[in-house]
Ligand binder design. Structure first.
Ligand code: AMP
Length: 284
């Protein structure tokens, strides 16, 4: 069944009002479209946990620090709607820029601390853009629950912090990263890779898995980095923005796996910025 595509706040409000009055919970899955099985796993979880499900599709200009990246971002609305059919969601909300940021728009939601590292340190203004749009999407959709992927683990923690700090009354649910058969984390950006670059990109996860195994056995990350970086370069990766181990809750940099932590990476393959993160079990 094709879900209604809603394009305005007014139409959305009209829909959600009845649901809220009836005491139904609303689960929201915010996306930028070009949907893949990673997104769809969030939709499945939302269906399990909520009475009503809204998938939002909005390529948010405020979270792009590079105009070319924004321009090239894949947009596949028709395909996206088709992929959602089997989930029978209640609405697909596809606002345009004017709906989200009307003339005179002047407010920014900014989360301190967690956003100073990793992608926050490399993409100026990115998390302000994320926090601002997610706040708006939560209020516009009257969300009770919202579903985010661990694929963007820093984003998940930023959104959790923001929802708590602003008393938004939204339960933020984190969902595991869905991967391709060769370990590459699914991402809309993978569509931008040539066949050759796509097959080389799997080295990122392979290198990270080997590092995580050594870290769990007690290794210090500094001792692992030279070989890891050499393997990434040999696979065809260019710049590495970061390859670091950080604690789960506060994203504090650590060198040995002595507390719950993840390994985080961002690296360029053929000009496309790929990110990944994996759990590092605590050294026993
Ligand atoms: P995006 O469209 O890239 O902004 O992603 C929308 C949501 O889908 C975010 O919460 C992402 O973390 C999540 N997501 C993207 N890729 C994956 C994946 N491979 N596995 C799980 N969730 C994902």
């Amino acid at each position: 069944m094709t879900a209604p595509i809603i394009r305005t706040r007014a139409d959305l409000r009209e829909m959600t009002r009845g649901w809220t009055r009836a005491g139904e919970t609303i689960g929201v899955v915010p996306t930028m479209g070009a949907l893949h099985d990673g997104h769809l796993s969030l939709v499945a979880r939302a269906k399990d946990m909520s009475d009503r499900v809204i998938v939002t599709i909005f390529v948010n200009p405020k979270q792009f620090n590079n105009p070319e990246d924004l321009e090239n971002y894949p947009r596949t609305e028709h395909e996206d709607a088709r992929k959602l059919e089997r989930f029978v969601v209640d609405a697909i909300y596809v606002p345009d820029g004017a709906q989200m940021y009307p003339d005179g728009f002047a407010t920014t939601v900014s989360v301190d601390g967690l956003t100073n590292v990793l992608c926050g340190a490399h993409r100026a203004g990115h998390f302000d853009g994320v926090a601002t749009v997610v706040t708006k999407l939560f209020t516009q959709t009257s969300a009770d629950l919202a579903f985010f992927g661990e694929k963007d683990f820093q984003q998940l923690q930023v959104v959790r912090r923001m929802a708590r700090d602003l008393d938004l009354g939204v339960e933020v649910v984190g969902c595991p990263t869905i991967r391709e058969m060769d370990g590459l984390a699914m991402s809309s950006r993978n569509l931008l890779l040539s066949d050759q670059a796509r097959s080389r990109a799997s080295a990122l996860n392979a290198v990270m898995e080997d590092m995580a195994e050594a870290l769990t056995k007690g290794a210090a990350i500094d001792d692992l980095l030279p070989e890891a970086k050499a393997r990434l370069a040999a696979a065809g990766f260019g710049d590495i923005d970061y390859l670091e181990m950080r604690t789960n809750e506060t994203l504090t940099l650590i060198d040995r796996a002595t507390e719950p932590a993840r390994l985080f990476a961002a690296a360029y393959m053929a000009g496309v910025r790929l990110i990944d993160n994996i759990d590092v079990p605590v050294t026993t």
